[in-house]
Design a protein around this ligand. Structure first.
Ligand code: ADP
Ligand code: MG
Length: 383
């Protein structure tokens, strides 16, 4: 769906002036399961976006919204809590959270659509929240900054959709910049832009299409193990508030006081926080082979210590390891399914995609879905 088609669709339904905005999905280069341990994450906005054509409808308190990709539409009053469709919750959530901040939101007419794959780990939901928040902020002169808008998106997801997500996705969608990654400190919420010039390398995502019902219960168990580790260490070192404050040496001291499971979980997280720092140092000097190696190490940790991978992801990463030209690869996201993210020499990319897809098919009987992405700008007005 491109701007022209969305605009055309808007004009057939609504009258008057309009503006067009876009907000991207995101990838995360390294830093998995670090957010809730007060560590860092390193996402980047991507060249897959949701676009929104919108006009403020000052004469009513009705929100008219069309989800072009799904061929669905809703007309709802601004104060409703009832929606026919799941996607409307994100929009009502953004409106509701803006109102909580004291903003007066009138009705509006809108059409949106895009190419962020839904539910593939590129955060189409954050793109959706960000594009509406950004557009309403600009058109109504609300004077909220991007950080406040990220919070609005996150809280919309918590309170209206029931997903207790961190802030990484919304942060990347709003703060992302071409050729840069966002190093976000999940403890202070301070951030730093890290240069990302992969030049001869491409980012390839291979989506296993696996989604395990286990994911959320296992996620909670991982969080509990991390908290357990912290409580054991904090009994002696009371300055320790999270695994961010723990070094490998400190952890070793407690190896006999915790279960092997707790130890492994903590070891992964501490290692991952450190890998992310090293990856940023490497990116600052354009050392992509180090970044790639760290990605492979992250996958090993997620597979063997944190135990959140699955065989479909492992087969893809294993294939990449043996492929001359794939300098790094790992599972991306919470685990138990979803995509792998790989850094591949651009000239060998097509062959890599073909060969890994065939390998995957020979093992699992179907092809993974391929997404090539580039790092791009965050939310913006395009017309
Ligand atoms: P993701 O990992 O992509 O964020 P989520 O399950 O969090 O997956 O969010 C996907 C949901 O976001 C969809 O079920 C839908 O409600 C909404 N959504 C995202 N993109 C679109 C779109 N282009 N059109 C309509 N709804 C969308
Ligand atoms: Mg989401």
């Amino acid at each position: 769906m491109n701007t022209e088609q969305l605009t055309k669709d808007f004009k057939t339904r609504f009258k008057g002036d309009y503006a067009v905005f876009s907000a991207p999905g995101r990838i995360n280069i390294i830093g998995e399961h670090t957010d809730y341990n007060n560590g860092f994450v390193l996402p980047g906005a991507i060249d897959k976006t949701i676009e929104l054509v919108i006009r403020i409808n000052h004469n009513s308190n009705i929100i008219n919204v069309v989800a072009n990709d799904l061929n669905e539409e809703e007309s709802i009053t601004i104060d409703t809590t009832q929606t026919n469709y799941h996607w409307t919750k994100y929009i009502l959530g953004v409106v509701g959270e803006l109102k909580k901040l004291g903003c007066n939101i009138p009705g509006f007419d809108s059409v949106f659509g895009g190419n962020v794959p839904l539910g593939s780990g590129m955060s189409s939901s954050a793109a959706l929240e960000s594009v509406f928040g950004f557009a309403l902020n600009e058109l109504l002169g609300l004077n909220l900054n991007r950080f406040q808008l990220a919070k609005v998106g996150q809280m919309a997801e918590h309170h209206y959709v029931g997903v207790r997500c961190g802030i990484m996705d919304q942060f990347a969608s709003l703060f992302g910049e071409e050729d840069k990654l966002v190093k976000l400190d999940c403890r202070s919420l301070e951030y730093e832009m890290i240069p990302f010039h992969p030049d001869k390398y491409s980012i390839v995502l291979l989506d296993t299409k696996v989604s395990h019902s286990l994911a959320s219960s296992e996620y909670n168990k991982r969080r509990a193990s991390c908290e357990k580790g912290v409580s054991i260490i904090a009994a002696k070192y009371n300055q320790v508030k999270s695994l961010r404050d723990v070094s490998i040496d400190m952890l070793e001291e407690f190896i006999d006081e915790m279960s092997i499971e707790t130890y492994k979980r903590c070891l992964y997280v501490i290692g991952e926080i450190d890998r992310l720092q090293k990856a940023c140092e490497a990116l600052n000097i354009n050392d992509f082979s180090t970044v790639g190696r760290l990605m492979y190490e992250t996958h090993d940790g997620l597979q063997l210590l944190y135990e959140v991978s699955c065989k479909e992801l492992d087969v893809l990463v294993q294939f990449a390891k043996g492929y001359n030209g794939a300098i790094g690869s790992r599972m991306m996201g919470g685990g138990f399914g979803g995509c792998t993210i790989s850094l591949v020499e651009a000239v060998k990319k097509q062959y890599f995609i073909k060969q890994s897809s065939l390998k995957f098919k020979s093992e699992f009987g179907y092809l993974p879905v391929v997404h090539e992405v580039k790092i791009a700008d965050g939310a913006k007005r395009i017309l």
